[in-house]
Design a protein. Sequence first.
Length: 667
Amino acid sequence: MRIISRQSKLALLQVEEVMKRFPQVDYELIKTESFGDKHKEVSLMDKSVAADFFTRELDDALLDGRADIAIHSAKDLPYPLPAGIEVIALTESADKSDSLVTRDGKTLAQLPANSRVGTSSEQRKAELLALRNDIEVVAIRGTIEERIAQVDNGTVDALIVATCALDRLGLAHRASERLPFKTHPLQGNLAVTAANCKLQIANYQVGNRQHPSPITHHLTELFSQIDIRKRYGKVTLVGFGPGDPELITVKGLRRLEQADAIYYDDLTNEVFLEQFKAEKVYVGKRSGKHSHAQDEINELIYSAAIEGKQVVRLKGGDPMIFAHGREEIDFLKARMVEVEVIPGISSGIALASLTQIPLTHRGLSRSVAFVLGHSTNPQTPEADTLLYYMGGEKVSVIAEALLKAGRKADTPVALVTNVSLPEQREVFSTLGELRYAVFRATPVLIIVGEVVGLEARSRKQRVFDTGTQSDTPLIKIVKNDIQQPKAQDFDWVVFTSRYGVRYYENDLKGVKVASVGPVTTAELLKRGITPDYESATQSAEGLLEFFSQQPKSRILLPRSNKGLKALSEGLQSQGHEVTDLPVYRNIPNPDAKLPDLSEYDKVVFTSPSTVEAFKELQGPSKSPLKGDLARGGADHALASSPFKGDERGALLLIAKGKTTYEAIQTI
């Protein structure tokens, strides 16, 4: 057998350590220098260093047929391995700790401030500075013996080195202490690698079986005697589907039945899991509520696997769609744990079937994009149908981004919560309506595109309108009996609502008039007045932009006594002289009562006053429209729901204008 190894003393001792387990095997040792051995001037802390810095030449020899196996420190192997190379054995690690080497036996705590401590690892540097931020960390290279020589000659005051390396070299006496560092998971392990080939082996024994010579035998069978991975369990990532247990695959169900440990997410029915004998650990993550960080989840799964357990990582939907699936796969495979992935029905796919809204449709949609929705700057792909995952808290941000990207305001949108569960709910809207909207139910999927209209047009939405024109207005408009200045004393009269027009009683002839939106303009037209300017938006933004281009003017603002100061202050900051004139008052409607909100899909707020009245009617002890649907679906619905037992989650809150939108966020 031809074995290739780096030529340092430590590397050669590692070959001896492996091959003494096979005294019946004759081998030829091929010594070589890797690129990393030749270029000791390159710091291993340099992030541009290639992953195969120490292994490339050995891999090439295996692939070229110049060697049969290579033996490495397992932590030196790149991930992923080069194509054609495989690890055929991973040996036991006697010691995974790091040790400190000093000239005079000082411990880390005893080193003077500003001591120079050598290491070749960014992780060790971080661990070191966490304990002693008053020392200088120095990048150091070379063999273990060369590094220790730099301690002895005073180049550095101390050195961090793997304890197992000192032990193998017979230098354990140089360690002043073992350090409480978190080390590489493969530190101390040795790896035997080979190309995918067969080997002629003469007279050797595997277990109690004698093999004649010559014999063709797989290298993996020979080295399986020392491969600790035989004791490892297997991790299977299983997609649970959108929530309904009946939608899990048969294969996924079989893995749950075979599992020793199940690590499960939100959207997994805990009652369903009770039938399985495995240990069950909740590791769910929701917006702002993480039971475990992703790194912790990775470590838990890994630890269970190397203990020999059959592990199921159960994920809502599909493991590979917005579910950290590949992160967990890479974490485990880099540590040489076997991983299988069983697909699940993604909630986005399930949504199409369970709402009968197709993702693609002849003549309407030839493309679909799945998009992560909780980003501050959500993407707006040009696909015909867009499906936003985890976008509940960003409904208005998503709508605004899509409108800016050129989507039409009347583009239909559906917001779907609890896909596949008995409490599944669909709320239909448009991008224009969602621009100033809040939707706090989670989890929610947002589907945007003309395909939504196929279902939306047959689904009547139940809307509770809080405005004065509704059947149950929450506020009343009352005229203010105050002296009203003449319009002719001003350059402009700006009306922000129909009531400002209605209750300003003086003549407007000879004065320029500005209006906010078509409703206000319609009221002006009743008085025979066509505004000189109409803002395209029902908020102060359009007016401020317009007046920023006008000469300094005297402006009269006939409006509510509760009119927000943003407009008048904004105009004043532009140099205009502004007179606020409260011609009417918004007061709570004493006869108003909130209906059973579970009967509605949307609440429309026409002004900040309607928001205040709504909150007053709810009372201080309530938390209306807040909170998400707890994990596990209906079995875990929030007890504090304000909807009289309804478990479908929050209503869609719609504001007419930016200032009202800011107000509804306080509900």
